[in-house]
Design a protein around this ligand. Structure first.
Ligand code: FES
Ligand code: FES
Length: 174
């Protein structure tokens, strides 16, 4: 019978925030650990490590996903987006991040990277959410500090501002 060596190293190649990256990992290494320890993307946080808290949320090919529930080898060839990719390192923050700042939608910040990655994906798919929609989306994330209301306000305001800008752009083009 063939013996599987669980410590055999594989090289995983992927795109992290638009840049081709690679690093070795064992077959059972989690994507969350690979991002943090293999690629140095420590903006992604690790809490429960079993899919409950949402702190480790990244986007895989644009879809918000738990990186603690994904093996690093499953990310081979995929586009991975983390919180570091929401804005340029030296540039202004994204509109969503600015809204979080305005509404004090974070305190300790442990949950924030994961919540931002979920919200970023969600607002692309749902440009006109209501409060219940946003609270439903946030039910996949645990935040022990904010009580969630400022986060909901930040997401709704971002959606409203994006719609207003889109309308203004459409009028300019007419
Ligand atoms: S660390 Fe992944 S869901 Fe909690
Ligand atoms: S801001 Fe502290 S857990 Fe959410």
């Amino acid at each position: 019978m063939k013996t599987i060596n669980r410590d055999t190293l594989h090289t995983v190649r992927l795109h992290l925030n638009g840049t081709a990256r690679s690093a070795p990992c064992t077959p059972r290494m989690l994507l969350s650990d690979f991002l943090r320890d293999g690629l140095g993307a420590t903006g992604t946080h690790v809490g429960c490590e079993h899919g409950v808290c949402g702190a480790c949320t990244v986007q895989i090919d644009g879809v918000a996903s738990r990186s603690c529930m994904t093996l690093a080898v499953q990310a081979e060839g995929r586009d991975i987006a983390t919180v570091e990719g929401l804005c340029d390192p030296d540039g202004p923050m994204s509109d969503l991040q600015e809204a979080f700042k305005r509404h004090h939608a974070l305190q300790c910040g442990f949950c924030t990277a994961g919540i931002l990655m979920s919200c970023d994906d969600y607002l692309r798919r749902r440009p006109d959410p209501n409060e219940a929609d946003v609270r439903d989306m946030l039910s996949g994330h645990l935040c022990r500090c904010t009580g969630y209301t400022p986060i909901v306000q930040a997401v709704l305001e971002t959606a409203a501002l994006r719609r207003a800008h889109a309308s203004a752009d459409a009028l300019t083009e007419d």
